[in-house]
Design a protein around this ligand. Structure first.
Ligand code: NAI
Length: 468
């Protein structure tokens, strides 16, 4: 029987990063993956393919509706869906192939098949050629998550779909209803709206992007609306009917009123759930919590000695970069080093255009936690680079402790906010203050100057705005 120091089940960003770290630290490592490709949801069905589609459609949208103001115009701007999807798949294949190369280069053994716990450090790998039993001193569960289904609206892969299918439609649906205005709904809603689909987003809560402050969510909603996406907030979908012609009619409640919505396709993105199917948790006595997550302690240990869990399958935000950090920290702890994840400073991004990004707490959360704060804002309308590039929709909002000026949170709506947020993350990682950020020299002219200005605005010292 093959024997390893570390065996990881699941090759998403949590699992494969943990495997590389383990190999770097000299541990004999294997990774088990049920799919014929490596990289998990992020690389194959999530983060990477959606970003390929977002980039392609952003360019299409610009050429169709935004380029004339720059003096650039042309006839016959058209989109070729098979070509767009082929490029997306090329991107995915390249990234997934890169993970395979990293496994090989680091000496990590890849076992293709479904991994399930057998107890006593043993894992059964069920592949095409049958079962193989392997053993490891340390087993890490990194099996990720799967889309949540609404009970009255089961996925059929055709008319009622999850993001798995919505990144691969073979034609532009004339109309698309998106249920849920979180990251997936806003990103994929943008993709199909830019391609010409009539997109309506139904959201249960009274705001979109609910993890952001109300002013940020409202601004983002205004901008998306200008781009053509319709929103129905405080709307609870209660029933559905599939018509003979394949269209879907949804019944919903909106502030006590009955409403109906009809569309060619419905994308359900109301969250994801931990994926633990056939993992053998019952066999070894690991009980999941109410949300189906695998409980762990601060060292990522489950209730069974030698079995650890990281990423979407356990508690915390379902984000690739959170899983990656947990993978590294978990291995460091296994190797007797001081692994640690700073959960207070995890950036969060919705990759629309403009993007919305945040780190730390919101102003609302500060209020709920009785933390007195000062806030500063800076509009991209007053940023030279944004004006030059024609991307003035957006704002930076900085939240700092009233007494100490310590940065507590930053939220950005901007073209390229996903890159801008990194500076705020770094300042916060080192315990920086709003003044630190405001006194840091930023290159001119850049969008990043808005970060400096918003930080200065915390103490009413912004230069390119009238401080009130
Ligand atoms: P989400 O949790 O981000 O948003 C779901 C939204 O659906 C919420 O606004 C919620 O209020 C709403 N909702 C729930 N039930 C509803 C109902 N019955 N009717 C109408 N609205 C309803 O979930 P999403 O977008 O599916 O994403 C799943 C996970 O994947 C999240 O943890 C997300 O953070 C992560 N993800 C992150 C991305 C990123 O970082 N850019 C991209 C895609 C996913």
């Amino acid at each position: 029987m093959k024997s390893f120091d570390v065996l990881i089940i699941g090759s998403g960003p949590g699992g494969y990063v943990a495997a590389i770290k383990a190999a770097q630290l000299g541990l004999k490592t294997a990774i088990v993956e049920k799919d014929p490709y490596l990289g998990g949801t992020c690389l194959n069905m999530g983060c990477i393919p959606s970003k390929a589609l977002l980039h392609s459609t952003e360019m299409f949208h610009f050429l169709k509706d935004g380029s004339e103001a720059h003096g650039i115009s042309g006839d016959n701007i058209a989109v070729d869906i098979p070509a767009l999807m082929k490029r997306k798949q090329g991107v995915v294949d390249k990234m997934s192939g890169g993970v395979a190369l990293l496994m090989k280069g680091n000496g990590v053994e890849v076992l293709t098949g479904l991994g399930s716990l057998e107890g006593d450090g043993k894992v059964k790998v069920t592949g095409e050629k049958g079962d193989e039993m392997v053993e490891a001193q340390n087993i890490i569960l990194a099996t990720g998550s799967a889309p949540v289904e609404l009970p009255f609206l089961p996925f059929d892969g055709q008319h009622i779909v999850s993001s798995d299918e919505a990144i691969a439609f073979d034609a532009i649906p004339p109309s698309l209803i998106v249920i849920g205005a979180g990251a997936i709904g806003l990103e994929l809603g943008s993709v199909w709206s830019r391609l010409g689909s009539e997109v309506t987003v139904l959201e249960f809560l009274p705001k979109i992007a609910p993890t952001f402050d109300d002013d940020i969510s409202k601004l983002a909603q205004r901008i998306y609306k200008k781009q053509g996406i319709q929103f129905e907030l405080s709307t609870k979908v209660t029933g559905a009917k599939l018509l003979d012609d394949g269209r879907v009619v949804l019944r919903a409640e909106q502030k006590g009123e009955e409403k109906t919505y009809e569309a060619d396709r419905v994308l359900v993105c109301v969250g994801r759930k931990p994926y633990t199917d056939k993992l053998g948790l019952e066999k070894v006595g690991i009980e999941t919590d109410k949300q189906g997550r695998i409980p762990i302690n601060e060292q990522f240990q489950t209730s069974v000695p030698g079995v650890f869990a990281i990423g979407d399958v356990t508690i915390g935000p379902m984000l690739a970069h959170k899983a990656e950090e947990e993978g590294v920290a978990c291995i460091e702890l296994i190797a007797g080093k001081g692994g640690h994840v700073n959960y207070d400073v995890i950036p969060n991004v919705i990759y629309t255009d403009p993007e919305i990004a945040s780190v730390g707490i919101t102003e609302q959360q500060a209020k709920e936690q009785d933390i007195p704060v000062n806030t500063g804002k800076f509009q991209f309308l007053a940023n030279g680079r944004a004006v030059a590039s024609g991307v003035t929709d957006g704002v930076v909002k900085v939240i700092a402790d009233k007494e100490t000026d310590k940065l507590l949170g930053v939220q950005i709506v901007a073209h390229g906010a996903s890159e801008l947020i990194a500076a705020a993350v770094t300042h916060m990682e080192y315990g920086g203050s709003a003044e630190d950020m405001g006194r840091t020299i930023h290159a001119h002219p850049t969008m990043s100057e808005a970060m400096k200005e918003a930080a200065l605005a915390v103490n009413r010292e912004a230069i390119h705005a009238i401080n009130k």
